[in-house]
Design a binder for this molecule. Structure first.
Ligand SMILES: Nc1ncnc2c1ncn2[C@@H]1O[C@H](COP(=O)(O)OP(=O)(O)OP(=O)(O)O)[C@@H](O)[C@H]1O
Ligand SMILES: [Mg+2]
Length: 376
């Protein structure tokens, strides 16, 4: 298959990865020096791509990387299973060593390992354990034990970490992790995830166990000049052309949002035969709104009138002081008490965010879609 010049929707790498030099260096240094890292950004800005890149660079005989995505974990039990499997599998490429380590270090939890026809790629582990604290500690200590045995360091990267906030009795669970993890000498952790408000809460609330757990990295957007160079370069390498001005327009339209820049550039590229024109750009803008419309409809169909009115106020440029008489009346937001309820609900639904005291809609294509909707 021919290489696609633009990638969106999945983590990206190689020629489709641009910029992020400072963040790459900072994470790499944390990994190499055993510093815990917490990486936070809004959705689809590039956390997974960045961490995967750093994992690739950091991996060596002396430094083993364990990477797990806990998006589908619904309980602490799911988490422990996923954690143990990932640690066993990714600290060695030999399956007999997995079995050995499992027997050696997970003696209390009687691991059952089943091997498929190709044990190298086909192997699963299930643990039979009681939710007693000795059993759990054994699982959480697994990377430290393996690191000591092999005389290496280990970095455990956990993607979609915000998921743990949804577990039953999450605070006890968090306390348990932190208590064990902070004493480990040869293992450090890189915890990252989206749903910014949840991640913020996990790591910024003094009352929660992960408060000040590690170096907090807030991923920023990739800058317009970097994007422009990338877009022009990708057009060129596929025998097409786009002007700097048009590439800038792509970035502006989607506010430099990583995934959307790639998606819009891709749509312009498809329309373009040789040289991209304004018309190609206009058509691509229509496409990107159309392609996302079903999702936006789904996200907004259950909103109350007050909630829609609140979004309308933001679209019209109101970002703070929603409770002045003028704003309350103009946008029919009810009472000031009502405004706080509406705001909280929209934050929970991830349709709005607060940024430096201002309330914003983080999805730039949703903004375009809402503008068109309210104009009608
Ligand atoms: N460094 C980069 N260079 C170019 N494009 C990037 C980069 N990082 C991210 N992107 C674009 O953003 C998209 C989303 O990236 P990624 O999945 O890494 O983000 P994420 O923050 O992990 O998203 P999610 O919040 O869904 O977990 C990619 O498919 C790609 O289009
Ligand atoms: Mg991700």
């Amino acid at each position: 298959m021919e290489n696609k010049p633009f990638i969106f929707g999945v983590a990206t790498s190689g020629d489709n990865f641009t910029d992020r030099e400072k963040e790459t260096a900072r994470l790499l240094s944390n990994f190499q020096h055993g510093v815990n890292t917490v990486l936070i950004s809004p959705r689809r800005w590039g956390k997974t791509s960045l961490v995967q890149k750093v994992c690739h660079l950091a991996q060596s005989d002396k430094l083993k990387i364990v990477y797990l995505d806990i998006f589908s974990c619904r309980s602490d039990r799911d988490f422990y299973d996923a954690f143990a499997s990932a640690v066993l599998k990714q600290t060695s490429s030999k399956w007999d060593e997995w079995v050995e380590n499992a027997k050696l270090f997970l003696s209390r939890v009687s691991p059952k390992i089943s091997l498929g026809p190709d044990p190298m790629s086909d192997f699963s582990i299930s643990l039979e354990w009681n939710p007693k604290s000795d059993d759990i500690n054994e699982i959480l200590q697994l990377p430290e034990k393996i690191a000591l045995k092999k005389g290496c360091s280990v970095v455990v990267c956990i993607d979609e970490f915000q998921q743990i906030a949804e577990f039953k009795d999450s605070k006890t669970f968090q306390k348990r992790l932190r208590t064990v993890w902070q004493l480990q000498k040869s293992v450090s952790y890189c915890l990252f995830g989206s749903k910014k408000h949840l991640m913020n809460e996990l790591f910024e609330k003094r009352s929660l166990p992960f408060y000040k757990f590690g170096d907090a990295v807030y991923l920023s957007k990739i800058s317009a000049p970097d994007w422009v160079e990338y877009i022009c370069g990708r057009f060129e390498s596929t025998g097409k052309q786009i002007s700097k001005e048009l590439a800038e327009k792509i970035c502006q339209t989607v506010d430099n949002h990583s995934s959307y820049v790639q998606q819009l550039a891709w749509l312009v590229w498809i329309h373009t035969k040789e040289v991209a024109t304004d018309q190609h750009f206009e058509d691509a803008c229509q496409d990107i709104v159309d392609q996302n419309t079903p999702l936006f409809e789904k996200q907004t169909e259950s909103l109350t009138t007050y909630q829609m009115n609140f979004l309308r106020a933001i679209i019209n440029g109101v970002h703070k002081e929603f409770t002045t008489q003028d704003v309350l009346q103009k946008y029919q937001l009810g009472s000031s008490a009502n405004v706080s309820i509406v705001k909280r609900a929209l934050i929970k639904k991830e349709l709005i965010e607060t940024e430096k005291q201002k309330v914003v809609i983080p999805d730039p294509v949703m903004i375009i879609w809402l503008k068109r909707k309210f104009e009608r």
